[in-house]
Structures are given as structure tokens and as C-alpha cells.
Design a protein around this ligand. Structure first.
Ligand code: ZN
Length: 151
């Protein structure tokens, strides 16, 4: 995503749209892009620096580390923020910065139940794979024995 400094007005510039997925080289690491990068950014110039802030969403397919099945996931950068000293070129490529923040928000050990909201078909081990809601129910204290005592 390239921005020319002349595009940016004094009161800043709002950018919204789609770009080619910037992490297409991660296929062999079981991260495949399933759509374009969606962005909504505010860009401005102040005191010799370019700043940008906003939100990024990159839909991908990840591979669950337990069942090894692929599942869809949106890598979301909720608060992308960039401050870049302007040193020369008037055409600035934001892609490396977008890529970096997307990679930071990529789950290192994706689980299809945790990140994908599915029930992982891999054999359960130590309660893993149990949906969070069920775990909470089980954590509730069981008062039935006490109730019987009162009677
Ligand atoms: Zn799984």
C-alpha cells in the first residue's frame, strides 16, 4: 500500500479498502490468505513525520496444531499505529508495517476450538477441547449436597 505525501491534506487522509494479502509467503507455515487485507486507516503528517492509525483485518486459513485440520480465522489488528520520520522519498510504502502488525497478531499455536470457535475433533486431553461455557458450568460449586443436609 503506497501513499504519496502529496495525497495527504493538512487535515489528514482517511483510507479504507482492500489490498493484496501481505503475508502470502507463509503458505508453507500453514497460514494461507483466504481474501484481501481489509483496512481502515487515518493518515496524517505532523512535525516531519508520517503517522497512521486504524484497523486491519486479514482473513486466513490456519491449521489446528492438535487435529491438523484447517480452519478459517480473521487476523485482526484493532489498533494499528505507525509513526515514521520522513527522511526523503515522497512515496511511502506502508505494506511492510502492515505486514509486521499482522504477523504480531497471528496466533503462534492455533487451535481450531480456541481461535476457530469449533469443537476440536482431536482426542481430548486434560479438559482441552471443552468449550469455555461448559468449563464454567462445571466450575460452579455444587450445593446439592448441602441442600440435602439442611433437610
Ligand atoms: Zn483442532
Amino acid at each position: 500500500m503506497k501513499i504519496h505525501l502529496r495525497q495527504i491534506q493538512a487535515d489528514g487522509l482517511h483510507l479504507e479498502g482492500e489490498e493484496d494479502c501481505p503475508i502470502q509467503d507463509l503458505e508453507k507455515e500453514d497460514v494461507s490468505c483466504t481474501g484481501p487485507l481489509r483496512y481502515s486507516l487515518d493518515v496524517g503528517i505532523s512535525e516531519g513525520a508520517l503517522w497512521a492509525s486504524g484497523r486491519l483485518v486479514q482473513p486466513v486459513e490456519l491449521k489446528c496444531v492438535r487435529c491438523l485440520e484447517p480452519f478459517p480465522f480473521d487476523i485482526e489488528v484493532k489498533a494499528f499505529s505507525l509513526h515514521l520520520e520522513l527522511t526523503g522519498p515522497e512515496l511511502i510504502d506502508l505494506t511492510p508495517y502492515l505486514r509486521e502488525d499482522i504477523l504480531l497478531n497471528l496466533p503462534a499455536h492455533p487451535h481450531c476450538d480456541r481461535e476457530g470457535g469449533r469443537v476440536c475433533p482431536a482426542p481430548a486431553e486434560m479438559g482441552a477441547g471443552v468449550p469455555a461455557a461448559e468449563k464454567e458450568e462445571k466450575a460452579q460449586p455444587d450445593w446439592s449436597a448441602l441442600d440435602k443436609l439442611k433437610l
